[in-house]
Design a binder for this molecule. Structure first.
Ligand code: SF4
Length: 448
């Protein structure tokens, strides 16, 4: 049973030292009970208290990692029902289905798509995460061959799909070092699947027919020593699958019901034959509350909107999207190319860099860290003013890249031109357009 806030408070040091970021131990205890704080934030909890608090302090939805290295995917770890309460933590993974029933050409085409369909946006690479290798043949050699091909052909995470433990073992032998997700333990095979998951240290997906049976099965697996689980309620109708996602999330968060406190896996690919409907269903699970979303195929026109939706929903609402501070070279600029400066609000960067590209005038773009604020807001907040811009320009190293010392500032920051000329000494400050759409015309007439 989870502890209440008062019970947790009794186990804390009660010194109100504030080092955990909360004003009092009681406030910290309340957040811990609500699953909105981590016990490790308090450095003074005794070992004895830690042991007692371990259940209360465990995340209500366990974070589970699939894969290794750079492409490892972490799902779960969520602490809120709604994004505006705090933020969503770990974006769901998109998985592409490949079956050993497909011929080599089709499997190869899908692997090619998995690699090819990725997009640069606001300095980030948006791409799918996993390949779900499914045994449709019932032949373990064929399945192992497919898994080998998937492993060779992609650095993404892998889901192994078979409810036959022998076939699963053959697939696992082909890619155990990539720490795949094993899908799935069921009422019939859970003991053998638990052994495979434990011996390979791989996460295990658990599937049952309905939430009650699912909770009973995860309890058995927990008792058998399996920790990292991903759950599938078995529903393949839109309405039931949607309801299940809501009930799973609210049971884990509001009721602290541990048997459902795991990230989920959902299968829009098994809910419709219409690719567009499948994309719409997937979009619903991005918002509510799919952990891994398995699609029957990837099409650029449906995958891209899903990736953008995921990016938007899993952006921290308290922190604007920001681009990294630095010098960005656009179109192979040289020592005679113009130097422009802007703020690091991602949308601003996206628009300004896009307009520079459109102009076809190779340029240097300095991006100043304004904590993700746009030029005008940053200027009003004192983050895009001469005193802040000048030290950045000096230490950026741009002076070594160009012969001229002319800096184009945004029209909205024109008031800073005098201050910048004073601060930067040998730089000439030029006031550029207010609107990004006027940048191409401005650059075409710019002279070093
Ligand atoms: Fe209390 Fe620990 Fe927070 Fe200090 S750090 S206020 S002792 S809970």
């Amino acid at each position: 049973m989870a502890l209440t806030g008062i019970e947790i408070f009794k186990l804390l040091p009660k010194t109100n030292c504030k080092e955990c970021g909360e004003p009092t131990c009681l406030a910290f205890a309340m957040k811990l009970a609500a699953g909105k704080a981590e016990l490790s934030k308090c450095p003074y909890v005794s070992d004895e208290a830690k042991a007692k608090l371990s259940e209360a302090s465990a995340p209500p939805i366990l974070p589970v990692t699939i894969g290794t290295g750079e492409r490892a995917l972490k799902v779960g770890g969520e602490t809120v029902m709604f994004r505006h309460e705090k933020r969503f933590e770990n974006p769901p993974g998109f998985a592409l289905l490949i079956s050993d029933g497909m011929d080599d050409a089709e499997a190869g085409r899908r692997l090619g798509k998995f690699k090819q369909l990725q997009y640069e946006r606001i300095g980030l690479t948006l791409r799918p995460d996993l390949i779900a290798a499914k045994c449709g043949s019932g032949d373990k050699a064929k399945f192992a061959a497919l898994v080998g091909k998937v492993k060779q052909g992609s650095d993404g995470g892998i889901i192994l799909m078979s409810d036959n433990p022998d076939i699963m073992a053959a697939g696992l032998a082909a890619c155990a070092d990539r720490k795949p997700l094993l899908y799935a333990a069921t009422e019939e095979n859970w003991e053998k699947m638990a052994e495979l998951a434990k011996s390979s240290s791989c996460p295990l997906a658990v599937k049952a027919d309905g939430l009650e049976k699912l909770a009973a099965l995860t309890e058995k697996l927990t008792g058998a020593g399996v920790k990292n689980m991903v759950i599938d309620s078995g529903s393949r109708s839109l309405r039931q699958a949607f309801e299940d996602q809501i009930i799973i999330r609210s049971s884990a968060l509001a009721k602290k019901f541990r048997p459902l406190g795991f990230p989920t896996i959902v299968f829009p690919c098994e809910m419709t034959d219409d690719p567009m409907k499948e994309a719409v269903i997937s979009s619903m699970f991005v918002a509510k509350y799919g952990g891994i979303i398995v699609l029957s195929d990837f099409q650029g026109e449906s995958l891209f909107p899903l990736l953008v939706e995921r990016l938007n929903i899993y952006t921290d609402p308290q922190r604007p999207l920001a681009t990294k501070e630095g010098i960005y070279d656009i179109g192979n600029p040289d020592e005679n190319s113009p130097v422009l400066i802007t703020s690091n609000f991602s949308l601003t960067y996206f628009i300004v860099s896009g307009e520079i590209e459109t102009s076809r005038v190779p340029s240097w773009l300095l991006v100043k860290d304004t904590e993700g604020l746009s030029v005008m807001t940053a200027w009003a907040a004192g983050k895009f003013v001469a005193d802040a811009i000048a030290p950045f320009v000096k230490k950026s190293g741009i002076a070594d890249k160009v012969k001229h010392h002319k800096l184009v500032i945004p029209g909205y920051a024109a008031a800073e031109s005098g201050g910048l000329e004073e601060e930067l000494g040998d730089w000439e400050i030029q006031v550029g357009p207010r609107e990004g759409s006027n940048i191409p015309a401005y650059l075409k007439t710019w002279k070093p």
